[in-house]
Ligand binder design. Sequence first.
Ligand SMILES: Cc1cc2nc3c(=O)[nH]c(=O)nc-3n(C[C@H](O)[C@H](O)[C@H](O)COP(=O)(O)OP(=O)(O)OC[C@H]3O[C@@H](n4cnc5c(N)ncnc54)[C@H](O)[C@@H]3O)c2cc1C
Length: 450
Amino acid sequence: MNNQTIIVVGAGLAGSEAAWQLAEKGFHVQLYEMRPNKQTGAHISDKFGELVCSNSLGSNMPDRAAGVLKSELRKLNSLLMKIADETALPAGGALAVDRDLFAARITEQLSNHSNIEIFREEVTKITENPTIIASGPLTSNTLNKAISEISNQDHLYFYDAIAPIVYADSIDMSIAFSASRYERGLKEEGDYINCPFTKEQYLAFIHELINAERIQLRPFEREIEDGVDAGPKKFFEGCLPVEVLANRNIQALAYGPLRPVGLFDPRSDQKPYAVLQLRQDNLAGDLYNIVGFQTNLTFKEQKRVFRLIPGLNNARFARYGQMHRNTFINSPVLLEPTLKFKNKPQLFFAGQITGVEGYVGNIATGLIAAINLARLINDEPLLELPQTTMLGALLHYITHANSRDFQPMKANFGILPPLEKKIRSKNDRYAMYSKRANIDFENFTQIHRI
Ligand SMILES: Cc1cc2nc3c(=O)[nH]c(=O)nc-3n(C[C@H](O)[C@H](O)[C@H](O)COP(=O)(O)OP(=O)(O)OC[C@H]3O[C@@H](n4cnc5c(N)ncnc54)[C@H](O)[C@@H]3O)c2cc1C
C-alpha cells in the first residue's frame, strides 16, 4: 500500500468513483460524506452514489454522445459504470438502473475496501493534504464559503434555473436572422440568431408559456424561489425562470429578454414586436443557447411551447432548461483540464461542482481527478485527454468556456472539434464523431498505459 493519505470530500457519483480508483491504486483514502447527519435537500438516503432524480444514465448507444462517454469510462475500468451495467433495467437504447441496488452496491464496495476509511462528517475546511472535492451541486454552505475563499471569488456560481440549448441546424433561418443589436442588414454570421415575433405570435406564445406544466419544486427549491437561500436576492432576480417572469405581466418579456430594441428584420427592415435571441454556445457553432430563457417547465412542455417561437418550430434540444440549486466553481478560471486546482498544489475538483452536467459526466470527472492526483503524487506528468474524445471534450469545455457566463455542460457532439469533412446526414456525422473518438481514445490509453 502507498503510504500517502488522500482526502475525498463527498461520496456521491464523482467522489465514490474517485475514492475507489485511488484505493485500487494502493492509496489510503479518507472518504468524507456528510449524509445522513446532514442532508442536502435532494438526497433521501445515507447511501453512496445515490441518484437524486431520474434513474436513467442516458443513451447507451455507441453512436450517441452519452454512449461514447460510457464506453470511454468502461475502458478506464470505472467502478460505477460496472455497477450500472450490473444493475441495469430494460430501457431501450438507454442505460437505466435499479437506483436502490446501484447505490447499495457502491456503498458495499467502498465500505469493504481495506484502503478506504469512511467518515460520516461534514467537511468545513480545505487543508494542504492531497484532496479531491466532489461535494456536488448541493455542497454544504460552510464548505461553499471555504471554496470561495481559496478561489478568490466573491461567490461560487449559484444558478437556480438554466436555459435550453438548441442545435443550430434545427433553427429555421428562412424565418430567423443573424444580427447584433443596432446593426442593419442580413449578415452571413451575426453574433446572435434572432427569432422575430409579430404581436399575435407573441401573445399566443405568452399564453401557452404561462399555462404550461412546470416541474414540481422540492421544499428546498421553493425556498430558493422565495429568494431565501439564493445568496444575494438580486442575483436570483436576474435568473428568474421565464414563465415566472411572464406571469407577472404580459409585457414583461417584451421589455425583458424578448425586447426588440435595435433589431430590424432584414427581410422587412421593420422592428419586430418582440425578438428571441440565440447565442452561440460552443466553438464549433452548432449549439445555440436561448438567451434569458431559464425555465422550470417540464421537458415535454419546453419542446411544445418553445417550438411555437418563430424559427424554432422544428428545434432539436441539446439540453433542456432546468431549475435547482446548483453550485459550481468558475472552472475556466480555476481549473486545469486535468481537474487540478490552479492555486493549490495538491487539490483537485470533480463532479457537478466543476460544471460538468449529468450523472455519467460526473462519474467520469471523479475517475480523471483520481488518475491525475495519483500521477501527481507519483511524480508523473498529468494527463489531458484528446479533445476529440468525449471526456477530453468535456474537460476542455469546462476549462476553456467563457468565464463570464460559464454554465454547466453535458456530453454532446457539439463540443467536439469539427470533422475534417462536412457530413450532411446527422446519423453519419454522429457515427463519424464516435469512430474518431474511439480511435483517439484507444491510442491515448495505449500510449499512456492507462
Ligand atoms: C435536484 C437535482 C436533480 C438532478 N437530476 C439529474 C438527472 O435526472 N440526471 C442527471 O444526469 N443529472 C441530474 N442532476 C445533476 C447531477 O448529475 C447530479 O447532481 C449528480 O449527482 C452530481 O454528482 P456529484 O458527484 O457531483 O454530486 P453528488 O452526487 O450530489 O454527491 C455529492 C456528495 O457530497 C456530499 N457533501 C456535500 N457537501 C459536503 C461536505 N461539506 N462534507 C461532506 N460531504 C458533503 C453530499 O451529501 C453528496 O453525497 C441533478 C441535480 C440536482 C441537484
